[in-house]
Design a binder for this molecule. Structure first.
Ligand code: SF4
Length: 349
């Protein structure tokens, strides 16, 4: 059987509907159906144009060809689950079903930022994801877990490096997936073009900043292609956005033993955040042998949390979801495809 030609963009999906006589109301109903918020089209339903009904199966096949589920990797917490998906051209991406009804999606295949502690960064950027490939990850999550209510753009890739597609996917998810803007969380290393765009967007997503350190030299080393702004500039821009959009900034800080887990840095961070609209998530690194970084011990990490809390800053110590199944972003993809070439997709989609 020949494989249906996958949609290359959300506008191609909309155009295909319009070409078959769909009115805006029909397009809305069917887009909501893809996002698990309405029933799929019944070919007998006379509210839809006949041409559209007759072509519905092939439209759905084209949508399903965008992203195929390759394999599922449940975490031992019983809630997290890593998903490895195959795109139409054979590239693979990771998404993660999170506890508390969330899904973490990828925005690029690979990543150009090159964070030294990240497996995805080590492979560089392979290609951008289209808006439909990003939205399809949330649709898949809804299919596997209909209760999914939050989308975190924190998987493979740097959203600001593929902003046009990310913005289009955000708008689609808010409109047809009924995700509230507070439940659409964009994670970034920070980029002036992103802050400029966010300031004029109607949809104001929540923001997470991958800060990792407030020392500029250290940050430039850890994030070789992610520091168009100084740590102070990026922090101020992100805080200003959070305060203007009335939703707190999440600061992500990957903890690397002996690198960015010092008490001095925690105290300095606490001073910068005192009275500001932000919270800090410390995330011990998912150690990858190639990188040579280790996690600090738990007591040390808890000390950092305490330092921030004593300055009135909300801080938590987290584990990245499902890390025991080849943990940090890019590791699962790297492991599976190092061991064997892609298998045919699993059924169910
Ligand atoms: S941590 Fe994120 S920004 Fe850094 S290289 Fe990995 S995917 Fe890119």
């Amino acid at each position: 059987m020949t494989q249906a030609k996958a949609f290359e963009s959300l506008s191609e999906w909309r155009d295909a509907l319009a070409a078959l006589g769909a009115k805006p109301l029909h397009a809305r109903m069917l887009s909501r159906a893809l996002m698990g918020r309405a029933a799929l089209l019944d070919p007998e339903d006379a509210r839809f144009p006949k041409r559209l009904r007759m072509s519905w199966e092939s439209l759905l096949a084209r949508w399903n060809a965008v992203l195929r589920l390759h394999s599922r990797h449940p975490g031992s917490d019983g809630e997290s689950e890593r998903l490895l998906g195959l795109l139409a051209d054979g590239e693979a991406i990771e998404s993660v079903l999170l506890p508390r009804r969330g899904v973490c999606v990828s925005t690029q295949c690979g990543c150009a930022v090159g964070c030294r502690f990240c497996m995805t960064g080590r492979g560089g950027l392979r290609r951008q994801l289209s808006d439909v490939e990003i939205a399809a990850q949330a649709a898949l999550a809804r299919k596997l877990r209909p209760e999914t209510k939050k989308v975190v753009f924190m998987g493979m890739g740097e959203p600001s490096h593929n902003w046009r597609a990310v913005e289009s996917a955000l708008v689609f998810l808010a409109e047809y997936g009924e995700f509230s803007r507070r439940d659409l969380v964009v994670s970034t290393v920070g980029d002036p073009r992103l802050f400029a765009r966010l300031s004029v967007m109607d949809l104001k997503p929540a923001l997470a900043l991958s800060l990792h350190t407030i020392d500029d030299a250290k940050r430039r080393f850890l994030l070789p292609n992610g520091c168009r702004m100084s740590a102070d500039e990026v922090l101020e821009a992100a805080l200003s956005y959070a305060e203007a959009s009335a939703y707190p900034l999440q600061i992500e800080w990957t903890l690397l033993a002996g690198v960015n887990d010092g008490a001095d840095e925690a105290r300095a961070l606490a001073e910068k955040l005192r009275g500001r609209y932000a919270m800090v998530n410390y995330i011990p690194v998912n150690a990858i042998p190639e990188a040579g970084y280790a996690r600090p011990d738990r007591e040390r990490a808890l000390e950092l949390v305490k330092t921030l809390r004593s300055a009135g800053v909300v801080a938590t110590l987290r584990d990245s979801a499902a890390q025991e199944v080849e943990g940090g972003c890019g590791q699962l993809r790297a492991r599976v495809f190092r061991a064997a070439p892609p298998h045919p997709p699993v059924s169910g989609r």
